[in-house]
Design a protein around this ligand. Structure first.
Ligand code: AMP
Length: 283
């Protein structure tokens, strides 16, 4: 399969499918595919006739000190994996196709796009929201699939769809994990030596914190204990926070369903993960 590089070619193909009555799902990715991406493609295939996967390492969502230049890239391997997973079209625009000379309009999400990742990654959600909105407009897809692995991103995209009246359904997919619980991520390739094993501690601590909350531990105590353990296990803790699962507003003092989100650093690698929790006092 030859990837489509330009919006014009993309639209020509997708218009043909639409005229034939086909519904279309979009699965945005930055490549270096793993089973998490494949779960998204499966969810897309269950919902629509045609599946478009995008493959674009978006420079706009990397801060100058981040890993844009060394982000794992394997276009030929990714295209073969997409095909194997049942993708109908791979859209792999070049940077200049996505951001032509003179490009000057961006989306800046407030609300769920503030705090957490945004406090540690300058311009990240503006880069994500801008490219995701462009992909939505370029494909006119009926459905787009996103992973819960990047929970804040999922909420930011859902918020953007609501705020800007976009005609697209966002489908969330549960995080796919390695056997030891580590959330699959293209960046796990950076974890060498002991770090790969140490990385699994993140999910373990999140799950044990969930267990403590289930057992009735007050949320502030559970979070304090978890931060202490994370600090022992990792080189730095960027945040550990209990949030409302829909708006991402602070949830420590509420009862019922919440999301526990975390980012830590291990060597030069940043790990993020999150789990659903129930805060004591709720039904
Ligand atoms: P990326 O290629 O890392 O930008 O991710 C593309 C999409 O795959 C995003 O919607 C991610 O949330 C999703 N994704 C990444 N890792 C996982 C995972 N382990 N489980 C489920 N979805 C994932």
């Amino acid at each position: 399969m030859t990837p489509v590089r330009t919006v014009a070619t993309l639209r020509r193909q997708l218009d043909e499918w639409r005229v034939a009555g086909d519904t279309i799902a979009l699965v945005p990715t930055m490549g270096a595919l793993h089973d998490g991406h494949r779960a998204l493609i499966r969810a897309a295939r269950e919902r629509t006739c045609r599946v478009v996967a995008s493959l674009f390492v978006n420079p706009m969502q990397f801060a100058p000190d981040e890993d844009f230049t060394c982000y794992p890239r394997d276009e030929a391997g990714d295209i073969a994996s997409f095909l194997d997973a049942g993708v109908d079209l791979v859209y792999a625009p070049g940077t200049r196709d996505m951001y032509p000379h003179g490009f000057a309009t961006t989306v800046t999400p407030g609300g769920a796009g503030e705090g957490l990742e945004a406090d540690h990654r300058d311009g990240f959600f503006s880069g994500v929201a801008t490219v995701v909105l462009k992909l939505f407009m370029q494909t006119g897809a009926d459905v787009a699939v996103f992973g819960e692995k990047d929970y804040q991103q999922l909420v930011v995209v859902t918020q953007m769809v609501r705020d800007l009246d976009l005609r697209i359904d966002i489908v969330p997919v549960a995080t796919v994990r390695e056997a030891d619980g580590l959330a699959m991520s293209s960046r796990n390739a950076y974890l060498g030596g002991d770090d790969r094993q140490r990385a699994a501690g993140l999910f373990r601590i999140l799950m044990e914190t969930r267990g403590a909350l289930d057992a009735g531990e007050p949320p502030d105590t559970a979070v304090r204990n978890a931060v202490r353990r994370l600090e022992e296990a990792f080189d730095a803790v960027d945040y550990l926070s209990l949030r409302d699962p829909v708006t991402l507003s602070a949830a420590e003092r509420r009862a019922g369903a919440a999301r526990l989100l975390c980012a830590v650093r291990l060597g030069g690698t940043r790990l993020i993960d999150n789990v659903a929790v129930t805060l004591p006092g709720g039904e």
